[in-house]
Every structure is written in structure tokens, then in C-alpha cells.
Design a protein around this ligand. Sequence first.
Ligand code: AR6
Length: 183
Amino acid sequence: MSDQCKTKNGIQIECIQGDITKQPDLDAVVNAANAQLMSGGGVAGAIHRAAGPELARACEPLAPIRPGQAVITEGFGLPNAHIIHCLGPVYGVDEPSDALLADCYRNGVQLAEKQGLSSIGFPAMSTGAFGYPMEPAARIAFSTLLAEAASLFSVKRIRFVLFSNRDAELHQRVLAEVVDGAG
Ligand code: AR6
């Protein structure tokens, strides 16, 4: 397996296999939300189940959100103080999908920065129900976050939490390519 972790411009980016709802050492985790910020399948379902019904009540006044937008709530029953809810693009429907996916990562990490948080965990946004192919999505995620690194002073650690070993290994490979300049 390639390196799980890379540091660039003082920001550590790591890719692990795991569950986004079980990352107690992070200040915030990102929800792969729907526009209404309600429970659903995949990450949104897992986050709402773990956070409990207070989360849906906190989300109601913030909805709807647009593709690429990010909003923040408390973590409620999650082990994290905050949840950042981002709406990814539906692949091939919300266009331009690549720019909207980049907006998700940029707006998500900048919201964490604005709140003075130091660590944030992302799932692979849009790669489940929304159908974005995993490898180009990973490339967009890492190149966007590395481009933001120069404007991050509070955020020091970004963790990608991938559901399968296969997806974790793909992200580790793409991260190495993007950081080392081959991507
Ligand atoms: N932890 C980490 N990764 C996960 C988890 C988990 N607990 N569960 C799934 N994944 P998705 P999207 C992976 O569908 O494509 C929802 O129904 C999964 O394997 O959660 O942005 C919402 O309500 C995939 O690689 O998000 C929206 O309507 C990735 O997380 C819609 O789906 C994203 O899968 C959002 O679709």
C-alpha cells in the first residue's frame, strides 16, 4: 500500500479506510448531503442516524442548499463538535460537474477555516448515489484542497475516510500523484 498521508504547505492530508461517523479525533466531518439536508442513503443516512433527530431540526432552517454549497451545524450525537454539510453535483446532471465538485471541497474546507477548526474529515463526495467516477473525483478533491492550502491557517489536518480498502488505496495513489506533481 502507498503512503496513507502526505504533507504539503503545512497541511497534512491522509486517506484511510473507515466510517465517517467514527472519527472522534476530528473537529468536523463532512456530510455528503442532499439539497434538503435530510437523512438519506450512504453518508447522509449514517450521519443522521449517528447524530440523532436534533440534527434534522437544526438543518431545516438552512435548507435547501445548491450544488457546491456548504453549511455547518453542531455534531449532536456524533463524536465531532461540528458537521459541515456539502451538496455534491449529480454526475452528468449538475454541470459543470467538475467545477461544482471542486466548489464542495473549497467551500467545505473554507467553512472549517472560518470557524477556526484544525481538523476535518471528508467522504468521497458525489461518488455514491450521485455517480461521480472515483478516480477523477479524487483528483479534483486533492488538487482543489492543495490549491487552498496557502489560505489555510487554522486547518492543519484533512482526512479522507473511504468506505472500502479499494477506494482508500485509489485515494492514496492519486494523492501521491497530485502531491508529487505527476497528477
Ligand atoms: N463512511 C464513509 N464513506 C461512506 C459511508 C460512511 N459511513 N457510507 C457511504 N460511503 P453517498 P453522494 C461512501 O451516496 O454520492 C444520499 O442518499 C460511498 O461508498 O453517501 O454525494 C444523500 O441523501 C461513496 O463512495 O454520497 C444524497 O441524496 C461516498 O461515500 C446522495 O446520497 C459517497 O456516497 C448524495 O450522494
